[in-house]
Design a binder for this molecule. Structure first.
Ligand code: PHE
Length: 342
């Protein structure tokens, strides 16, 4: 019964291969291997029917047909099962729950330095000042010479100032905008100029190679030191609170005479003395003074007729004091955990 044994072998071989077929393309290959019209293993076997003795043909034919049907239906069943698995796997990964709430984009908000700058700008705008702008890359003439800063002054040193060339620097202060403004227009002048300034400092808790200043300049007939004091007093009461007091100490700047270092009373300890004010009750906030006649000479103003004051404050300091920030790098790291507090 060679024919029937062959059929049995084909059936067993099919069972083994079917068990190993893991995807739909291998099922297709199996279908072709056993049943293809020209070269299918079972197809070829069935063609041998004619070679068999007549009495064996009915049994062989019946078995062969049954095997053919079994292969066809088992392949179809396997195929349907695989298709189902693929579908549910796809549904798993592509599942879309349309009832889930959408993810909201994080809304940005203003940096504490911007908040402080705007608050200070608003105080001066209300007093009739205008806001001026000047370049961060500045001539040594505007940044030093015209401000009466002599050629040997230590602040010109390459260890303090970023030089672009012999006579071009990254401005070390916003004071050169005083020069630009006075060269452009005659008095009266009431301006503030916010901007970035650069000095060769290493970044640490209290220093940064880039920080923000606001320059102030008022020039008119009859401007006195008292006007300066009154203006800064108002700035500080509006910015920090009505109880804040302003103190001026004698100091020196080449471009102002007299010059003052300006302190505010320490909010943290109500001037009793604490770590923030280094136990003095006062915190140093800016430099200021009456514009030096040498500066007026540079810009061609009549020193007999006009007088004025100037000041330069560090915005970063104001922001840190107002918001209780004690570490400068925090201002520049853009860490959302820090920024979202303001
Ligand atoms: N430009 C000075 C500084 O950066 C501050 C200042 C400005 C002092 C205006 C007096 C008048 O230190």
């Amino acid at each position: 019964m060679a024919g029937i044994d062959d059929l049995r072998q084909i059936g067993e071989r099919f069972d083994g291969e079917k068990a190993r077929a893991a995807d739909r393309s291998s099922l297709e290959e199996l279908h072709a291997r056993y049943l293809s019209r020209k070269s299918g293993l079972l197809t070829l076997e069935m063609q041998r029917l004619r070679e068999l003795p007549a009495d064996q043909r009915p049994a062989f034919g019946k078995l062969a047909n049954r095997l053919k049907q079994r292969i066809e239906s088992e392949l179809a069943e396997r195929e349907a099962a695989l298709a189902g698995e693929e579908r549910s796997a796809r549904e798993e990964t592509e599942a879309l729950d349309v009832s889930l709430p959408g993810s909201r984009p994080r809304i940005g908000h203003r940096h504490p330095i911007t908040l402080a700058r705007r608050a200070i700008e608003d105080i001066f705008l209300a007093m009739g000042y205008t806001v001026e702008d000047g370049p961060e890359v500045e001539t040594t003439y505007n940044n030093f010479d015209a401000l009466n800063i002599g050629p040997e002054h230590p602040s010109r040193d390459e260890s303090d100032t970023f030089y672009i060339s012999d006579d071009i620097v990254l401005r070390t202060q916003t004071s050169p905008v005083q020069i630009r403004t006075m060269e452009r227009q005659p008095p009266p002048i009431r301006i503030i100029c916010p901007g970035r300034v650069f000095r060769r400092d290493e970044l640490d808790a209290t220093h940064s190679p880039m920080f923000h200043q606001i320059e102030g300049l008022v020039v008119d007939e009859g401007i006195s030191f008292g006007d300066l004091k009154g203006t800064l007093d108002l700035l500080h009461r509006q910015f920090f609170g009505e109880r804040t007091r302003t103190r001026l100490r004698p100091s020196y700047f080449p471009f102002t005479e007299p010059s003052a270092e300006v302190d505010v009373s320490c909010e943290f300890c109500e001037s009793r003395g604490c770590r923030v004010c280094k136990h003095t009750g006062w915190i140093e906030m800016m430099g200021a003074g009456m514009v030096h006649p040498a500066v007026y000479d540079c810009v061609g103003y009549d020193t007999a007729r006009y007088s004025g004051f100037a000041f330069g404050l560090g915005i970063d300091r104001y922001a840190m004091l107002k918001y209780g920030i004690d570490d400068i790098p925090l201002l520049f790291q853009n860490d959302m955990r820090f920024l979202s507090q303001f």
